[in-house]
Design a protein. Structure first.
Length: 762
């Protein structure tokens, strides 16, 4: 079933659904710490005190100011809409909206459109019909709450409501943007929708990313989250009940994609997904260092319309040390992961097993170059994608003595020796000297990709970020995204315990310029040779100051600085990303503006094909058909996380288990703007506290809710099995442990518990 996105294209400050408030790493296996913290180290409950849910009487969260007047709507089978007189007053009042003049036209409204006269409501008690059509208009962002409440009363009626969102100023010299409420409510009298929402971008300069071109004076029609039609303004009619976004003089391009992220919401003070959307990033691929089942849960919430966020492509990570690699792959494939990420610790035999099984299951593989497999083995094995350009430098250019590498630990030693020697040698080298020393090696490395069907993810901005961290931290502090950097980053840097501070020999910090220049050489040569690339940033790990969304624009900037035209650079984050997704999922449904593609779009002030910087700070973003104008995007950037665990404890103390479970459901279902912070461990912690307190029945209820919420999490089934066993529910415990093993055959605890439960009684 498709997403239920509701009937409002605008959810601005006045109608927001949520309140708006201003581990040690083991070794140095990669320059960027490819040995990221284990999944457990990414988990946490964040910080913050208990707070109320902020839900209003309608069930929505938030603290938005009340409507100008209270309103109530009743529906009758005849299709008549009856409402209080003051409903219309709220819609047309001075503080909410103004009706258009009785003749003529105003900016953003075609002369032929009918304008609602609220005085018709004065005759409601005389049995007269409600208006046949309604148009709502407003000047200021903070008036939209009253407009939206007024419009909402018509939901479920047969009254067509047509309105406009215009970027042009009001006449009379008013310098603020004209904000005209966007809504589309043509519904049957029975309350069943006659059609999905229709949104129209009118008179826009189209940047379709199918080619290096701009097509002027275009209309784009979005229906049900998909691009339904595209054509010249003069030829393409606007549906009668559409939300119309006036794009005169503006540029409409596909939303951007970041194909290398690590969803790590629990470590960021500001919601991860909001930061992406505010920067025009409408698709991300998570490469699974945190909790993969949580990512599937996030994806489902976004697709169902219960959470704002980019489209998510999800990976499951296999590390190479699992006991039953074949069983693990077969268990994970049906759970909905779009690709399998290969990490660093594989033997050649284990790597061959992964490639064999994933080919059978048609599962896209990507990841690192395993230390004992090396680049030649990866290319021969047929892996679909490499996650970092910089790994080519590690394996092919640093001068590692491979005769001394016999296992992962010896690789670690040899890598660090080669790394420190290279840093010392090239610490003071100029870019020209580095190019002269490595030009032949770079070209020889890239030649290995000739004729190979493999893509590389860019991830080049990380080295500029690391370089700034080591030698110019003030530059990071002054960055426009500094406030959004994970608090843990600042803490570690201030304490001198940051990974890269520990990795580099003191006095050699400037040698990172050597690493930075070498990866840029590789990038330029890969481009020249035509090796397939896709844009990714590696956003997520907190030892980097990469901020979701913002890092994509810095990645684009570095691509441009290394010889990519704006179209070539943007293609890696749009068209090419869609093609890669097509190989992963069989659906190439984003990345270009074409009929049938998902409506992931960004409206821009200036032409992005003239400069990639013009893609920054969008005027509005459409994610899966949901329109988010600039005021909404700015509002999303002000939201901070509120940890749910504290709220659940408070609810339990006040009203017991029923109150706590109801609070959880309300908080998670009303979490559209991502303000509530939770993960699979939240309910588990509550349940174990109850179990330890001897409240087994209550604990079982929470464990059941947890496995319903996270059915792809082996630990949800394992912990429920433990509770069942303690409660004497032997058969239920066995079924739960069996399910845990089906999901992840590598887990020892459910295997051990099944042996104990199946053992004959003494």
């Amino acid at each position: 079933m498709g997403p239920n996105r509701g009937n409002f294209a605008y959810e601005g400050p006045g109608v927001r659904l949520g309140s708006s408030d201003e581990p040690a790493l083991s070794g140095h296996r990669r320059l960027l710490g490819r040995n990221h913290p284990s999944p457990g180290e990414y988990m946490g409950t964040g910080s913050g005190s208990a707070a109320s849910s902020g839900r209003d009487s309608s069930g929505r969260g938030g603290t938005s100011r009340p409507c100008a007047r209270s309103c109530r709507l009743t529906r009758e089978a005849t299709g008549r809409a009856e409402a209080e007189d003051d409903i219309a007053e709220a819609a047309c009042s001075k503080n909410a909206a103004e009706p258009g003049p009785r003749s003529g036209s105003r900016a953003g409204r075609p002369p032929a459109e009918r304008v609602h006269d609220h005085r018709q409501h004065g005759r409601r008690r005389q049995g007269l019909r409600a208006p046949q059509a309604l148009q709502l208009r407003g000047r200021e962002p903070d008036q939209l709450h009253d407009l939206s409440r007024a419009a909402r009363i018509y939901k479920g009626t047969s009254i067509p409501v047509t309105a406009y969102y215009s970027l042009r100023p009001f006449p009379g010299g008013h310098m603020r943007s004209a904000i005209i409420l966007s809504c589309s409510l043509l519904l049957l009298a029975s309350g069943v929708a006659a059609a999905d929402d229709v949104v129209v971008f009118r008179n826009v300069n189209l940047v379709p990313m199918t080619a290096d071109k701009v097509i002027s004076d275009q209309t784009v029609i979005v229906l049900g989250g998909k691009i339904a039609d595209i054509g010249p303004v003069r030829k393409l009619a606007i549906p009668a009940n559409a939300t119309v976004i006036d794009g005169t003089g503006k540029y409409l391009m596909p939303g951007l994609a970041d194909m290398h992220t690590h969803i790590n919401d629990v470590m960021f003070e500001y919601p991860f997904f909001n930061l992406f959307l505010a920067n025009g990033v409408t698709t991300i691929r998570d490469l699974a260092q945190g909790s993969p089942p949580m990512v599937l849960h996030y994806r489902d919430e976004i697709e169902s319309g219960n959470r704002l966020g980019p489209n998510i492509l999800a990976a499951y990570t296999i590390w190479g040390r699992e006991k039953d690699i074949t069983g693990l792959i077969r268990g994970q494939r049906p759970l909905g992961y779009d690709c399998l990420k290969v990490n660093s610790y594989f033997s050649q035999a284990a790597f061959d097993t992964v490639m064999r099984e994933t080919r059978k299951l048609r599962w896209y593989t990507l990841g690192h170059i395993p230390e004992m497999v090396r680049l030649d083995g990866v290319l021969a094995g047929g892996m679909n994608e490499l996650s970092h350009i910089e790994e080519l430098m590690i394996f092919e250019m640093l001068g590692i003595d491979w005769s001394k590498v016999t296992d992962n630990e010896s690789f670690e030693t040899q890598f660090m020796e080669a790394f420190h020697a290279a840093c010392a040698r090239y610490r003071d080298a100029s870019a020209e000297e580095i190019r002269a020393a490595f030009d032949d090696k770079v070209k020889a490395t890239v030649r290995k990709f000739k004729g190979k069907d493999i893509t590389l993810t860019t991830t080049v901005f990380i080295h500029e970020d690391i370089m700034n961290k080591l030698v110019d931290i003030e530059r990071i502090k002054a960055a426009p995204y500094a406030r959004y950097i994970a608090p843990r980053f600042w803490k570690d840097v201030a304490a001198g315990t940051d990974k890269h501070q520990q990795m580099i020999v003191k006095g050699n910090e400037r040698a990172w310029f050597f690493i930075y220049e070498l990866q840029n050489m590789l990038l330029r040569e890969l481009k020249r040779a035509g090796v397939p690339l896709v844009l990714g940033t590696d956003t997520g790990p907190t030892f980097l100051s990469l901020v979701p969304g913002f890092a994509v624009h810095d990645e684009l900037r570095l691509l441009a600085e290394n010889g990519f035209t704006p179209y070539e650079a943007l293609s890696l984050a749009t068209r090419r990303a869609g093609e890669v997704a097509g190989r992963m999922t069989g659906r190439n449904d984003f990345g270009t503006i074409e009929k049938g593609k998902r409506a992931d779009l960004a409206l821009l002030e200036r032409n992005p094909l003239e400069s990639v910087d013009n893609a920054r700070d969008p005027l509005g973003v459409m994610a899966g058909g949901r329109w988010l104008p600039r005021d909404t995007l700015k509002m999303l950037l002000t939201i901070k996380h509120k940890p749910i665990l504290d709220m659940l404890k408070a609810s339990y103390a006040e009203g017991g288990i029923e109150a706590a479970m109801e609070e959880y459901r309300k908080l998670t279902e009303g979490n559209l703007h991502n303000e509530h912070l939770y993960h699979p461990g939240t309910l588990v912690r509550v349940a174990y506290l109850l179990l330890e307190d001897g409240k087994t029945d209550e604990a079982l209820r929470v464990f059941r809710l947890n496995k319903e919420q996270y059915p792809a999490d082996w630990n949800a089934w394992d912990s429920y099995g433990e509770a069942c066993a303690k409660a004497g529910m032997r058969e239920e415990a066995i079924r739960s442990y069996e399910r845990a093993l089906e999901i992840d055959p590598a887990q020892e605890n459910p295997r051990k518990m099944l042996r104990e439960l199946r053992a004959p009684a003494p």
